[in-house]
Ligand binder design. Sequence first.
Ligand code: ADP
Length: 150
Amino acid sequence: MTQQRIALFAGSFDPFTIGHKSIVDRGLQLFDGIVIAIGINPAKKPWQPLEQRIALLEKIYADDSRIKIATFSGLTVDAARRFGASFLLRGVRTVADFEYERQLADINRNLSGIESVLIYALPQLASLSSSAVRELASHGVDISPYVPTI
Ligand code: ADP
Protein backbone atom coordinates (compact mmCIF):
# COMPACT_ATOMS: atom_id res chain seq x y z
CA MET A 1 0.00 0.00 0.00
CA THR A 2 1.25 3.52 -0.74
CA GLN A 3 1.89 5.76 2.22
CA GLN A 4 -0.95 8.08 3.22
CA ARG A 5 -0.22 11.74 2.51
CA ILE A 6 -1.16 13.62 5.65
CA ALA A 7 -0.90 17.40 6.09
CA LEU A 8 -1.00 19.48 9.23
CA PHE A 9 -3.08 22.67 9.03
CA ALA A 10 -1.93 24.65 12.05
CA GLY A 11 -3.25 27.97 13.29
CA SER A 12 -4.92 29.77 16.12
CA PHE A 13 -8.35 29.47 14.49
CA ASP A 14 -9.68 32.06 16.92
CA PRO A 15 -12.23 31.70 15.40
CA PHE A 16 -12.15 29.13 12.56
CA THR A 17 -13.57 30.95 9.53
CA ILE A 18 -14.97 29.98 6.14
CA GLY A 19 -11.56 31.09 4.82
CA HIS A 20 -9.86 28.37 6.87
CA LYS A 21 -12.51 25.84 5.87
CA SER A 22 -11.97 26.62 2.22
CA ILE A 23 -8.25 25.81 2.56
CA VAL A 24 -9.05 22.51 4.32
CA ASP A 25 -11.68 21.51 1.77
CA ARG A 26 -9.44 22.34 -1.17
CA GLY A 27 -6.46 20.69 0.55
CA LEU A 28 -8.37 17.43 0.49
CA GLN A 29 -7.78 17.34 -3.28
CA LEU A 30 -4.07 17.02 -2.49
CA PHE A 31 -3.94 15.00 0.73
CA ASP A 32 -5.46 11.77 2.03
CA GLY A 33 -5.96 13.35 5.43
CA ILE A 34 -5.58 16.69 7.18
CA VAL A 35 -4.94 17.27 10.87
CA ILE A 36 -6.34 20.64 11.92
CA ALA A 37 -4.08 21.58 14.82
CA ILE A 38 -5.03 24.42 17.12
CA GLY A 39 -1.91 26.09 18.46
CA ILE A 40 -2.02 26.89 22.16
CA ASN A 41 -0.19 29.98 23.36
CA PRO A 42 -0.27 29.97 27.18
CA ALA A 43 0.79 33.62 27.24
CA LYS A 44 -2.26 34.78 25.25
CA LYS A 45 -5.87 34.68 26.33
CA PRO A 46 -7.91 33.54 23.34
CA TRP A 47 -11.13 35.21 22.21
CA GLN A 48 -12.93 31.89 21.82
CA PRO A 49 -12.13 29.35 24.55
CA LEU A 50 -10.05 26.40 23.35
CA GLU A 51 -12.73 23.86 24.30
CA GLN A 52 -15.26 25.72 22.16
CA ARG A 53 -12.91 25.84 19.16
CA ILE A 54 -12.29 22.09 19.47
CA ALA A 55 -16.01 21.31 19.84
CA LEU A 56 -16.94 23.44 16.81
CA LEU A 57 -14.29 21.87 14.60
CA GLU A 58 -15.29 18.38 15.70
CA LYS A 59 -18.89 19.16 14.77
CA ILE A 60 -17.99 20.70 11.39
CA TYR A 61 -15.97 17.62 10.39
CA ALA A 62 -17.92 14.95 12.28
CA ASP A 63 -18.83 13.14 9.04
CA ASP A 64 -15.40 13.29 7.42
CA SER A 65 -12.95 10.66 8.64
CA ARG A 66 -10.14 12.31 6.64
CA ILE A 67 -10.09 15.24 9.08
CA LYS A 68 -8.68 15.02 12.59
CA ILE A 69 -8.78 17.78 15.18
CA ALA A 70 -5.81 18.25 17.51
CA THR A 71 -4.12 20.82 19.72
CA PHE A 72 -0.44 21.56 20.15
CA SER A 73 2.01 23.87 21.82
CA GLY A 74 5.60 24.32 20.81
CA LEU A 75 7.02 23.91 17.34
CA THR A 76 4.62 23.21 14.49
CA VAL A 77 7.06 20.74 12.91
CA ASP A 78 7.19 18.72 16.16
CA ALA A 79 3.39 18.59 16.12
CA ALA A 80 3.48 17.48 12.47
CA ARG A 81 5.81 14.59 13.33
CA ARG A 82 3.69 13.64 16.33
CA PHE A 83 0.52 13.50 14.23
CA GLY A 84 2.17 11.66 11.34
CA ALA A 85 1.93 14.61 8.95
CA SER A 86 4.61 14.99 6.27
CA PHE A 87 3.41 18.36 4.97
CA LEU A 88 2.28 21.68 6.38
CA LEU A 89 -0.79 23.14 4.70
CA ARG A 90 -1.13 26.94 4.68
CA GLY A 91 -3.26 29.58 3.01
CA VAL A 92 -2.03 32.72 1.26
CA ARG A 93 -4.27 35.77 0.98
CA THR A 94 -2.01 38.71 0.26
CA VAL A 95 1.52 39.68 -0.63
CA ALA A 96 2.12 40.22 3.08
CA ASP A 97 0.96 36.66 3.80
CA PHE A 98 3.20 35.43 1.02
CA GLU A 99 6.42 36.81 2.52
CA TYR A 100 5.46 35.70 6.03
CA GLU A 101 4.61 32.21 4.79
CA ARG A 102 7.79 32.03 2.72
CA GLN A 103 9.90 32.69 5.82
CA LEU A 104 7.92 30.19 7.91
CA ALA A 105 8.23 27.54 5.21
CA ASP A 106 11.97 28.13 5.02
CA ILE A 107 12.45 27.83 8.77
CA ASN A 108 10.26 24.74 9.03
CA ARG A 109 12.05 23.03 6.13
CA ASN A 110 15.44 23.81 7.70
CA LEU A 111 14.28 22.46 11.05
CA SER A 112 12.72 19.26 9.81
CA GLY A 113 12.77 18.77 6.05
CA ILE A 114 8.98 19.08 6.12
CA GLU A 115 7.66 20.97 3.09
CA SER A 116 4.87 23.54 3.25
CA VAL A 117 2.12 23.47 0.67
CA LEU A 118 0.45 26.84 0.14
CA ILE A 119 -2.97 27.32 -1.39
CA TYR A 120 -4.17 30.72 -2.59
CA ALA A 121 -7.26 32.07 -0.86
CA LEU A 122 -10.36 32.23 -3.00
CA PRO A 123 -10.68 35.89 -4.12
CA GLN A 124 -13.97 36.32 -2.28
CA LEU A 125 -12.36 35.12 0.98
CA ALA A 126 -9.00 36.86 0.68
CA SER A 127 -9.94 39.75 2.97
CA LEU A 128 -11.30 37.52 5.70
CA SER A 129 -9.25 37.02 8.85
CA SER A 130 -9.97 35.81 12.36
CA SER A 131 -8.92 39.20 13.71
CA ALA A 132 -11.47 40.97 11.47
CA VAL A 133 -14.17 38.58 12.68
CA ARG A 134 -13.23 39.28 16.32
CA GLU A 135 -13.33 43.02 15.65
CA LEU A 136 -16.78 42.79 14.07
CA ALA A 137 -18.05 40.68 16.97
CA SER A 138 -16.78 43.25 19.46
CA HIS A 139 -19.06 45.80 17.74
CA GLY A 140 -22.04 43.49 17.96
CA VAL A 141 -22.04 42.54 14.28
CA ASP A 142 -23.48 39.11 13.43
CA ILE A 143 -20.46 37.01 12.44
CA SER A 144 -22.42 34.00 11.19
CA PRO A 145 -21.69 34.80 7.50
CA TYR A 146 -17.96 34.38 8.21
CA VAL A 147 -17.88 31.14 10.18
CA PRO A 148 -18.90 27.67 8.96
CA THR A 149 -22.48 26.64 9.56
CA ILE A 150 -22.83 23.39 11.47
P1 ADP B 1 -2.03 32.03 12.63
O1 ADP B 1 -2.34 32.24 14.06
O2 ADP B 1 -0.91 31.07 12.32
O3 ADP B 1 -2.00 33.28 11.77
P2 ADP B 1 -4.59 31.55 11.50
O4 ADP B 1 -5.60 30.73 12.18
O5 ADP B 1 -4.89 33.00 11.40
O6 ADP B 1 -3.26 31.21 12.19
O7 ADP B 1 -4.32 31.02 10.02
C1 ADP B 1 -3.88 29.73 9.73
C2 ADP B 1 -3.66 29.64 8.23
O8 ADP B 1 -4.87 29.93 7.55
C3 ADP B 1 -2.63 30.61 7.67
O9 ADP B 1 -1.87 29.96 6.66
C4 ADP B 1 -3.45 31.70 7.06
O10 ADP B 1 -2.77 32.34 5.99
C5 ADP B 1 -4.63 30.90 6.55
N1 ADP B 1 -5.84 31.72 6.39
C6 ADP B 1 -6.46 32.49 7.30
N2 ADP B 1 -7.53 33.10 6.79
C7 ADP B 1 -7.62 32.70 5.50
C8 ADP B 1 -8.52 32.99 4.41
N3 ADP B 1 -9.53 33.86 4.55
N4 ADP B 1 -8.30 32.38 3.23
C9 ADP B 1 -7.25 31.55 3.08
N5 ADP B 1 -6.35 31.23 4.04
C10 ADP B 1 -6.54 31.80 5.24
